[in-house]
Design a protein around this ligand. Sequence first.
Ligand code: AMP
Ligand code: ZN
Ligand code: FE
Ligand code: FE
Length: 293
Amino acid sequence: MIDLHSHTTASDGSCTPTELIGLARERGLRALGVTDHDTVGGLAEAALAAAAAGIELVPGIEISVDYIHGEFHLLGYYVDYHNRDFAERVAYLQENRFNRNAVILRKMQETGLSVTMEDVEAEAGGGQIGRPHMARALVTKGYVGSVQEAFDRYLADGMPLHVPKVKLAPPEAIALVHRAGGVAVLAHPKFLEFPDFAQLRAELQRLKDIGLDGLECYYSQHTEQETADYLAVAREFGLLVTAGSDFHGVSKPTVPLGIIYQGAGGDEALLAPLAERAGRTRAERCSVRSGAG
Ligand code: AMP
Ligand code: ZN
Ligand code: FE
Ligand code: FE
């Protein structure tokens, strides 16, 4: 079994990369995709832990993409994160997040919510800071009863403390993943929030035309009908199929690692086409799996 979508403390997950690999091992996963939001900061540690645990790490990133509605998240698998162009662009996204966090904190102060950057950092475990950590700080400080209430009252889109994030446009994000040698997969198509499947299908056709490689058909929050629809459209357009839980740990307690569809993980057979698209040979991947690389 495999799981190609998970988060660590490098973004908004609650497990360190090493803890996450340990959990993947407990769950009996053969391969794990680590896909933090707009950062590759957890991948080096994850690679070491995975090699020691005999688990195949699928290095990834989940890029927030600018879109007219819903949430457009692009998974980039097997990106060469040392690629200069890629590293610079990701650093630009990080810098923008940093500035945005400062603006949100200033707004909090103005609203009478006394939360400091130190308070928020304490919630983030050393990784990238985002709204979930601000929400947790508001809970810790007693201003709200839950993370959800923090979003509903303050941080959600359209609420008083919301500050938009700088995002790449779809063609730019797909091209960036490709330039770094990666495979571009649309995460959780459900969250694009198209009113009907026909409109989503038309958009997937356009995305395929600009280079989209795959679709996360199997996802912990897709229904059976959605899964079937996405599989059909992936087959029709020749898109690769991936499977992911989107495990975050305590910040998304209803989503366990490795449980994706009908109570089970993803099929291992999904991995080879993905790796092949990225030009990863079988020999390379097997050396990782056996702990030799
Ligand atoms: P950020 O990248 O800082 O904008 O934070 C995005 C994260 O905040 C998402 O991945 C979700 O985990 C969380 N989030 C965004 N909107 C909401 C919402 N309305 N309710 C709860 N969590 C949310
Ligand atoms: Zn997240
Ligand atoms: Fe996502
Ligand atoms: Fe995710």
